[in-house]
Design a protein around this ligand. Structure first.
Ligand code: 26Q
Length: 834
């Protein structure tokens, strides 16, 4: 059987048609919850606080989840299905209770049952800590993808790390970010199930022995210096409709009883004890960097740890069905690498096949190249993973040998294609021959995979053109695009119940599964009654967010003002500081001319900065200090407010996105691979102000130029500016407003008693070279903001724009992304659970 070439089923064939899938009466639900209050929590209805209710309700839902998990797994096993294995160092799951209730069609039942018990569901939901096992876009994408895979009933398993501490909790003290540990499991997690029966052991350190077999052939044996236990925790992933429940399997590291025997035998007893402690640190904490390569040893160990545990798990399951016959492995298994973080799985599979299963190199390599596919999420050079060869040699000595062998054979291929061309060889080599030899994980991933994809059309084009042009020539067709998507279940149905209800009233209930149906509300975009209904929902959501803002920051905001939102990780390329420059410009204009005519506007930010990223932290500080000043300046604060929401995370996003009028997507063209917040905001009726970057381009294509505010230099213009020698001082001296707002940052106007506290921000845009072209795009951004302001003043025009943004987001459901992966790359069949 060659599943690898079978066409996937057509769109819609795998859609779950009706809800609710599970009929649990209100009475039965109440009974289950109360039973858990008594029997699992040891409390009762009179004593229980919201946390106890949250635990009891979760336990009641988990009973249904586990029932469906069992049937799904049995079904997959009996059908011996081909499955995708999604390897990702991050899964940003957020909260699960509301999600699981929605997906089982039980949310309304639960809401009304709890009312009868005197409990407010929305308060109970606030008790759940976010599962923040990721940094940002890449991690949340993985979470949306496993939601879609379960919803569309594809056999799939997510593999990742069971971090004890997820992304840090952000506090703001005197305007500055403070990092506090996140402890998502402090009071137990009701969803996870420990599976000690599936523990794996993996090796680290040590040395490689070369032996000669009976026929004189070379054999390699790795004598590890340490062994670590991987304990799997399973999080059930409930598809919409509740039929298929897949699994997210997260590995926790534990010391294995017999650790570091080689060191021990050599008399290194104390060292052996030290390594014992270190085994447990592997899964302790998520690295809080995104878009920078830290190069830390523990990070590499984390990557190998979860990749190796996952591969062993995959092979164990394959062998249970097929024994030692490797001939069907690539029919049954496809492994998707979420960026290069799990790329070490490629030499690991080679090691297993060559050293353990004793396959010859060519057969093993053929299997590898049919097993792996790789998604690239960035073009930023500082984010491309490279590991010192010396570090790999110490931690994974056999893997380094295998990487050299892969590279040696690959260089022969390159020589055949471009004879004598050493420049191309140096560029494509897995090994970078710099001062310190480095292993390029991107090159390894391209060479070891059968498919490589970028995450938006423009990004994939740039991956081909700029990042891997020679690979594209060498392997025509391997590089492709799959545009990102988001799950409309979480990012509209669950987070915006008022809008969901309005939409369902007009077009029925199928849109969460067939998001293209939203286009039907386009016909109502000019309808005044519908415009009023749509904007009334927005107004209510703004009131709810205003209350949240007041509670978290003490700032009062006018809900008639434009809610202008920029939420994403803090990074120079995302240009929160361009937004800041524009806010300062508005402030100045208002001070100079109190009649300066703008509609009142609240600029709302949410962002975490990597703890070691000084400039990013300065931007957060600047936003807070500027907010203090503007919000208390009675000359302007009826027209202008600035809010920084602390501790931005998935559950916070779910409150902010439904209330947004404006979505800020202002990265320097060519830098944001896709963006997914842009899709979430537009889906909820926010109008984008953005550059021609990432998925903004595809959003603009869908909504039409009249329904989005595009500004700034294009990728080509950005390249031309750099080529001719970009000098930010040209803009500083030519544009009075730019000069004035930058000079303002040098004063102590925003930081009384601390002159110069914001100077580094100014300097980054002048002597620092303004690498992300804030000054070059400022004027165009300012003009786009004026156009936006004008549009908002025309209520009906704005309502139409907002409606059309929601209506035209069908393309960006993660179901479509998954369908693309299935058809282009994974070649899976659905497996319906009856
Ligand atoms: C690497 C090495 C060491 C430590 C950390 C890392 C690391 C961790 C996370 C590097 C990168 C990330 C995350 C990257 C990320 O989130 N990229 C975003 O992916 C989204 C989904 O495709 C895109 O929409 C965004 O455009 C992209 O920035």
């Amino acid at each position: 059987m060659t599943t690898a070439t079978k066409p996937a089923k057509q769109a819609g064939q795998n859609a779950v048609s009706t809800l609710p899938a599970l009929s649990l009466s209100k009475k039965a639900f109440k009974e289950a919850v109360v039973r858990h209050l008594h029997c699992s929590l040891g409390t009762d209805e009179n004593k229980a606080d919201n946390h106890a209710w949250y635990k009891a309700i979760s336990a009641a839902i988990q009973e249904l989840v586990l029932e469906r998990l069992r049937t799904t797994q049995k079904n997959h096993y009996l059908n011996d299905t081909r499955a995708v294995h999604y390897l990702s160092a991050e899964f940003l799951m957020g909260r699960l209770l509301s999600n699981n209730m929605h997906n089982f069609g039980l949310f309304e039942t639960a809401d009304s049952a709890l009312k009868e018990l005197g409990v407010t569901l929305s308060d109970v939901l606030e008790e759940e800590p976010d599962m923040a096992l990721g940094n940002g876009g890449l991690g949340r994408l993985a979470a949306c993808f496993i939601d879609s895979l379960a919803t569309m009933e594809f056999p799939a398993i997510g593999y990742g790390i069971h971090y004890e501490h997820g992304l840090f909790r952000q506090e703001i003290k005197n305007g500055a970010q403070i990092e506090r540990p996140d402890s998502w499991r402090d009071y137990g997690n009701p969803w996870e199930i420990c599976r000690p029966e599936s523990i794996q052991e993996i090796s680290l350190y040590g040395y490689v022995e070369t032996k000669y077999g009976t026929n004189g052939q070379i054999q390699k044996e790795w004598h590890p210096g340490a062994i670590v236990k991987g304990v799997p925790w399973d999080i059930p992933v409930v598809g919409y409709g509740g039929k298929t429940v897949n699994v997210l399997r997260l590995w926790e590291s534990q010391s294995s009883g017999y650790f570091n025997w080689d060191v021990f035998n050599a008399g290194g007893y104390v060292d052996a004890q030290r390594e014992n402690v270190e085994a447990e640190t592997i899964s302790k904490v998520l690295y809080p960097n995104d878009e920078t390569e830290a190069g830390k040893e523990l990070r590499l160990i984390q990557q190998y740890f979860f990749s190796a545990c996952s591969l062993k798990d995959i092979i164990r399951r394959y062998k249970r069905a097929h024994g030692d016959d490797w001939s069907r492995f690539t029919d049954q298994v496809v492994i998707q690498l979420n960026d290069t973080h799990p790329a070490i799985a490629i030499p690991e599979l080679m090691r297993i096949l060559v050293d353990r299963a004793e396959l010859d190199w060519d057969s093993a390599w053929a299997i590898c190249q049919k097993t792996f596919a790789y998604t690239n999420h960035t073009l930023l050079p500082e984010a491309l993973e490279k590991w010192p060869a010396r570090m790999l040699e110490k931690i994974l000595p056999r893997h380094l040998e295998i990487i050299y062998e892969i590279n040696h054979r690959f260089m022969a291929e390159v020589e055949k294609k471009w004879p004598g061309n050493n420049a191309i060889k140096a560029k494509l080599s897995i090994i970078e021959e710099s001062n310190e030899k480095m292993v390029r994980m991107g090159n390894l991933s391209v060479i070891g995979s059968f498919a490589v994809n970028g995450v938006a059309e423009i990004h994939s084009k740039l991956v081909k053109q700029d990042l891997f042009p020679e690979f594209d020539q060498l392997y025509p067709g391997k590089l492709t695009n799959v545009t990102n998507g988001i799950t409309p279940r979480r990012w509209l149905k669950a987070c915006n119940p008022l809008l969901s209800e309005l939409i369902s009233k007009k077009i029925g209930n199928d849109w969460p599964l067939e998001l293209d149906q939203l286009d039907k509300i386009s016909e109502l975009a000019d309808n005044k009654t519908f415009q009023n209904q749509f904007m009334k929902v927005k107004q209510k959501n703004k009131q709810a967010l205003a209350a949240e803002i007041k509670a978290l920051t003490g700032i009062s905001v006018d809900t008639k003002a434009i809610f202008d939102i920029q939420i994403k990780r803090l990074h120079e390329y995302k240009r929160q500081h361009l937004n800041v420059l524009h806010i300062l410009a508005l402030y100045r204009r208002l001070l100079e001319n109190p009649n300066y005519d703008i509609h009142p506007r609240v600029f709302i930010f949410g962002a975490k900065a990597a703890p070691g990223y000084a400039l990013a932290k300065t931007v957060i500080f600047a936003i807070n200090k500027i907010a203090d000043k503007i919000n208390s300046d009675n000359r302007v604060n009826h027209k202008l407010k600035v809010v920084f929401m602390p501790n931005y995370r998935v559950s916070q996003a779910e409150k902010m996105i439904p209330a947004a009028d404006v979505s800020q997507q202002i990265s320097t063209a060519g830098k944001e691979a896709s963006g997914t917040g842009n899709m979430k905001l537009a889906l909820n009726g926010a109008v984008t102000i953005g550059t021609l970057d990432g998925a903004n381009i595809e959003i603009a294509e869908e909504v039409g130029d009249e329904n989005i505010f595009i500004f700034g230099n294009t990728v080509e213009q950005v390249n031309a500016l750099h080529a001719k020698g970009y000098n930010p001082y040209d803009y500083y001296y030519q544009n009075k407003e730019i000069k004035a707002v930058l000079d303002w940052l040098d004063s102590d106007y925003f930081t009384p008693g601390q002159p110069g506290a914001l100077s580094s921000l100014k300097q980054s845009m002048l002597d620092g070279g303004d690498p992300y072209l804030c000054l070059a795009d400022f004027e165009s951004y300012s003009e786009a903001n004026k156009a936006l302001d004008l549009a908002y003043k025309d209520k009906s025009r704005w309502a139409k724009m907002a409606i059309l943004n929601t209506a035209k987001m069908g393309k960006f459901t993660s179901d479509r992304s998954i369908r693309d992966y299935v058809e282009k790359i994974w070649k899976l069949d659905t497996c319906s659970v009856k």
